[in-house]
Design a protein around this ligand. Structure first.
Ligand code: NAG
Ligand code: NAG
Ligand code: NAG
Ligand code: NAG
Length: 255
């Protein structure tokens, strides 16, 4: 690393520890420094509803808030971040459960170019939030809604109707049924879907697996372990794919 570069990173990581003292100055820093500062503060979990606005800027492309105590209020402040492409909002800590559909809706309206969204265990996000994403973020490619216990088939149906670039979806540990999966895989993303994680979705049956096999010619990863209603019949329908050597990863549980 050139000396000037390392001095700059040193200054930024030092600043990250004292941001509350300099908040009026931080607002005026150039975007690349704000990006670095955000990255460090995200790692330290020190981004909050009250201080996030100082570091947001119109060219921001990536935001990871999974270790931070933030709520819908932080997401509502993204109104000026039209270029945002990736956001991680996984609920890894108890006090992160504050993100709801209201915040997701605000984000969906403000950030039409989002293509990668992670919402693991956001149990206050319901279909209303996912519908807003499906309607406003047509470029969505990678979506994790694993453990989002409030979502239903309506979310999968909406994604299937609007998101033609959807490449990877993880809705493991949710209550979705065959109807939702069929709606998704027969939708506009049937050709683009390469990865589906629907493990531990206890309502799914063979029909869901068969629908994926029939409708998604480009599927490479299909996970459906922990689905007690899926039987040997589903495995038979997979045999053709296995023979063609198309699958990179496949998991299931035998009951
Ligand atoms: C944001 O808030 C956290 C927690 O209060 C604090 O540690 C951090 O320095 C603040 N950052 C800014 C930019 O004000
Ligand atoms: C999240 O909600 C809890 C209780 O509902 C509250 O105590 C906490 O302050 C909230 N956190 C944020 C960042 O809003
Ligand atoms: C997508 O969402 C919009 C609502 O924003 C809706 O009017 C439209 O019918 C949906 N479907 C497609 C294929 O675009
Ligand atoms: C789906 O999400 C869960 C929870 O975050 C994770 O453990 C699992 O590895 C993910 N699946 C894939 C295929 O990445």
């Amino acid at each position: 690393m050139p000396a000037s570069q390392s001095l700059l990173s040193l200054c930024i990581s030092c600043l990250a520890n004292y941001t509350s003292k300099y908040h009026t100055d931080i607002k005026t820093l150039p975007p690349n420094i704000k990006d670095n500062l955000l990255k460090i503060m995200s790692n330290h979990g020190t981004v909050t509803d009250t201080n996030i606005s100082q570091m947001l800027h119109s060219g921001l492309q990536k935001l990871d808030l999974q270790d931070c105590k933030v709520s819908d209020s932080a997401l509502k402040q993204l109104s000026n971040c039209r270029q945002l492409k990736e956001i991680v909002l996984n609920c890894r800590k108890e006090n992160c459960f504050n993100i709801s559909s209201e915040g997701i809706k605000a984000m969906a309206l403000a950030c039409p170019y989002l293509c990668e969204i992670a919402l693991w265990r956001c149990c206050r996000v319901s279909d209303e939030g996912i519908l807003a994403l499906a309607h406003n973020c047509r470029l969505l490619r990678i979506l994790t809604i694993s453990g989002c216990s409030a979502i239903t088939d309506a979310s999968l149906l909406a994604l299937g109707q609007n998101c033609s670039f959807l490449n990877s979806i993880n809705f493991s540990v949710t209550q979705v049924t065959d109807e939702g999966v069929i709606g998704l895989v027969t939708g506009v993303c049937s050709q683009s879907l390469k990865e589906i994680d629907m493990a531990r979705c206890v309502c799914l049956t063979d029909e869901a697996v068969e629908a994926v096999v029939t409708c998604c010619p480009n599927i490479r990863i299909l996970l459906f372990h922990g689905c007690p209603l899926v039987t040997d019949r589903a495995r038979e329908s997979l045999e053709q794919l296995i023979r063609q050597n198309k699958l990179a990863q496949l998991t299931w549980t035998e009951y």
